[in-house]
Design a protein around this ligand. Structure first.
Ligand code: OGA
Ligand code: MN
Length: 287
């Protein structure tokens, strides 16, 4: 095995070298990838043609795959793949205000994927097929560093607190109009609470928050929202960020337990951005 991690020139993240898409993902390779994800938070593979089947295989190497809430966005042959695209089924790019665009623009808020689940996901893999030449970057923020360098007064204010995460809430607060979820759908995603400071299996601690958060448990609503804003601002300072500028055939894998991410705006109704996504389920509750 020639797997190598080349550290990026930012606070975190690494580029993977040495995997061929025909390589069998044996235990040793999978173990190395898992350790690499723990260590670097964001992993990047460039210039590889990755078929939908191989993407599913790469995802499964890390664990079970999540099936995302929106059935119409699933890949026809692989329901585990989420077609993240601003190109409609008729081949035209979306209008700015149509639901598909509004949904995509929702990811421009700092968030961590599926934090609204009782057991949130482990990591997400995003594979680029077509990308705009400018705009549409993805930013990642390192929540280990953010917690370590959080001003002492904020650290004291969040100590022991829990945040309530809700899919119904984050969808309702999308930056544009989306059809409200039916009551039946809403029942599938009841609000959950997770500790604001997350303790990882190896004992390290990070912030755990983001766009699905509706409020601070047991705290006055406005006071809680202000605290959330203040912590998020401190946690997403430049020094904690890696901004990924996409090229076609890039695969980015990010650890949702210890990073936040957001899409940067692009001309969504003029430039094509076509990606495939798989999401690896988590193993245990947030502690
Ligand atoms: C997502 C997401 C960011 C992007 O799919 O969850 O945040 O750059 N995507 O498309
Ligand atoms: Mn996301």
């Amino acid at each position: 095995m020639n797997l190598e991690f080349e550290k990026l020139e930012t606070d975190f993240g690494a580029r993977i070298h040495g995997i061929n898409q025909s390589d069998y993902l044996d235990e040793q390779l999978v173990q190395a990838l898992t350790v690499g994800l723990d260590e670097h938070g964001v992993l990047l593979m460039r210039g590889e043609e990755i078929s939908p089947g191989r993407l599913v295989e790469l995802g499964r190497a890390f664990g079970e795959l999540e099936i995302l809430p929106e059935p119409e966005k699933r890949h026809p042959d692989h329901p585990e793949i989420f077609d993240l695209t601003n190109v409609r089924s008729d081949g035209e790019v979306v209008d700015y205000e149509e639901p598909q665009a509004v949904f995509l623009r929702g990811t421009e808020r700092w968030h961590t994927d599926s934090s609204f689940r009782e057991i949130p996901c482990l990591c997400t893999m995003l594979y680029a097929l077509e990308v705009p030449d400018s705009g549409g970057e993805t930013q990642f923020a390192n929540m280990f560093s953010a917690l370590q360098q959080l001003p002492a007064d904020l650290r004291a204010a969040i100590d022991g607190k829990r945040l309530v995460h809700s899919y119904v809430y984050s969808r309702a607060n999308n930056p544009g109009h989306m059809e409200p979820m039916s009551l039946e759908e809403q029942k599938k995603y009841p609000p959950v609470s997770h500790p604001w400071i997350r303790t990882h299996a190896d004992g390290r601690e990070s912030l755990y928050m983001g766009g699905h958060v509706s409020h601070v448990e047991g705290m006055d609503l406005d006071e809680g929202r202000k605290l959330i804003d203040d912590v998020l601002t401190a946690a997403t300072r430049n020094q904690f960020i890696y901004e990924h500028h996409w090229a076609a055939n890039d695969l980015v894998i990010w650890d949702n337990r210890s990073t936040l991410h957001r899409l940067r705006p692009y001309e969504i109704s003029a430039r094509r951005r076509v990606m495939r996504r798989v999401t690896v389920a988590g193993f245990d509750r947030v502690r």
